[in-house]
Design a protein around this ligand. Structure first.
Ligand code: AMP
Length: 151
């Protein structure tokens, strides 16, 4: 069964679409956290960022790149929180990758995303070094070589 967002892409259910190109569509969130809360999605159904193909990812980012200032301007926001809940354990409810652009205001009292982890303890520097080493040795296109940890 297709996701609710695929049904929006197909025009089967209504949405307030604010941007559309060949691969990407953006629409207002139906339960906005703030005025102008916008979702940006690839039209094809990928569950997580990890599943988005290399040739689709740049289009998704290009749309986000344009929409962030446009959304802020539309509602006269001071800033925005731009986020993906990437996987069910991270709070993702709709299994169709989507970027939240949430306008932020000086007095909205929502705080930084660090507030989500207020109870989390600190990580020792050896563990950080191990993580940085593992990551820097992971083969990633274009950035596979030459990254040195500065920890
Ligand atoms: P997440 O928890 O990251 O999966 O976010 C899903 C988001 O989709 C929530 O912010 C919902 O309010 C939003 N949403 C769910 N159904 C619709 C819909 N039909 N149209 C617009 N937004 C929706």
């Amino acid at each position: 069964m297709s996701t609710i967002f695929s049904q929006i892409v197909e025009g089967e259910i209504p949405a307030r679409v604010v941007y559309e190109d060949e691969t990407t569509i953006a629409f207002l969130d139906a339960n906005p956290l703030a005025p102008g809360h916008t979702l940006v999605i690839p039209k094809d159904e990928y569950e997580r960022l990890n599943d988005v193909p290399d040739d689709v990812a740049p289009d998704l980012y290009a749309a986000i790149h344009q929409l962030v200032p446009a959304v802020e301007d539309a509602v006269d926001a001071d800033a925005s929180t731009v986020a993906f809940n990437n996987g069910a354990e991270a709070g993702q409810e709709v299994p169709h990758v989507h970027c939240h652009i949430v306008p932020r205001f000086d007095d909205d009292r929502a705080g930084p995303i660090h507030g989500m982890f207020a109870e989390t303890g600190s990580i020792d520097s050896e563990s950080l070094e191990d993580i940085a080493t593992d990551l820097s040795e992971t083969e990633l296109d274009d950035i596979a070589d030459g990254i040195e940890s500065r920890v």
